[in-house]
Design a protein around this ligand. Structure first.
Ligand code: DAH
Length: 356
């Protein structure tokens, strides 16, 4: 008998029980009803047309098949309608049992990202020392990112293998560090530097390098830059300030250690370690048994950096530092994989609530 029916009707018949079960409310059921047994355009209507044009000798069998199908659909729809109506009534009854004396549901509260909280903390530590926040664009010019920082033309950091250049604007790039904020800020304040008596600021923000992503590298990460310009500034001021700030961050017993290092925009330059805050410098996995963790690069501002911004290096001097935020966050929270900070898994972010 079935061979008398067109395939799409057979398929529609086969899909019916599932479609029926999927109807979650009376509106959906009404739509299904229209599609199967509606007066026009429905499967049943098509079948009736078919019956009209069928050869005489087929009419009986075809008619029986059609009736069986239609009956099956009608009964199914009716039964489901009863089910849905009962469910609707139950829901309405339950709703009227609403108890206004129950405590309200507690809303889920959002929170700042742990990396932002850490940067905010750094800013809070430096603010009482007279530091404010400066910002710069993430799309930078080669001049601000490299030239103004005394970075020579042939420095490897300028290579296209290390830096994201903008194809349509070869002089523009994604800044590789927050140090260009030094150049921008010095250029801006140079004319009024004497009147201000110098400048001190932090510059937190995103930076970009052409790195493959792995547990300790990401093509986007965060740095906080710090800079101070004044009269007669030397390494002692840098060391004293960093000792104060790093103790505020890691605890009052923190020791710091300066190791000579090279960065083109400082002279002398150094890397700064803190005594491991996790094992009180006894030696652990985080400090690799050494008791010290490298935390930032710093130094006395190179005279060429001051001169580029129109500031006389014979009169002014200063220091600068730059630190990696993820590195510090990973250490403080003992997170072994940097990618966790960017995946935004709420379980991780919630666990990071302990960061500050
Ligand atoms: N810009 C350097 C980097 O990204 C970090 C740095 C080192 C910044 C020494 C400084 C500094 O201001 O004095 O690796």
């Amino acid at each position: 008998m079935d061979q008398l029916l067109p395939t799409e009707i057979i398929e529609a018949g086969g899909a019916f029980p599932e479609a029926l079960a999927a109807c979650g409310d009376l509106d959906a059921l009404l739509r299904l009803k229209g599609a199967y047994i509606g007066r026009e355009g429905s499967h049943a209507a098509r079948l009736m047309d078919l019956l009209k044009t069928a050869p005489k000798e087929q009419k009986r069998d075809l008619g029986a098949a059609i009736n069986a199908l239609k009956q099956q659909w009608e009964e199914g729809l009716k039964a489901r309608q009863a089910e849905l109506e009962t469910a609707k009534k139950t829901r309405a009854a339950q709703a009227s049992q609403w108890d206004p004396t129950l405590p309200p549901p507690v809303p889920v509260r959002g929170a700042l990202h742990p990396l932002n909280r850490l940067m905010d903390r750094l800013v809070d530590v430096f603010r009482p020392l007279g530091f404010h926040v400066e910002e710069g664009p993430e799309v930078e010019t080669e001049a601000h990112n490299f030239d103004g920082l005394n970075i020579p033309e042939d420095h490897p950091a300028k290579a296209s293998s290390d830096t994201f250049y903008l194809a349509a604007h070869p002089e523009l790039l994604l800044r590789t560090h927050t140090s260009p904020v030094q150049v921008r800020t010095l250029l801006r304040v140079a004319p009024e530097l004497a009147k201000r008596g110098g400048i001190r600021f932090l510059a937190p923000g995103r930076v970009y390098r052409k790195d493959e992503i792995d547990p300790t590298h990401s093509p986007m990460f965060h740095q906080v830059e710090g800079m101070l310009v004044g009269h007669g500034i030397g390494m002692q001021h840098l060391k004293g300030t960093l000792e104060y700030a790093l103790r505020a961050l890691f605890g009052p017993h923190t020791e710091i250690r300066l190791r000579p290092s090279y960065f083109p925009f400082v002279e002398p330059g150094c890397e700064v370690d803190v005594s491991c805050p996790l094992c009180a410098a006894k030696g652990c996995r985080v400090c690799k048994g050494s008791g010290w963790v490298e935390i930032l690069g710093a130094g006395l501002i190179h005279p060429n950096v001051l001169a580029y911004a129109g500031i006389d290096p014979a009169e002014w001097s200063g220091w600068a530092f730059g630190m990696g935020v993820e590195r510090m966050a990973m250490m403080l929270s003992q997170t072994p994989d940097l990618r966790l900070f960017f995946e935004n898994d709420q379980r991780f972010l919630q666990a990071m609530g302990g960061l500050d």
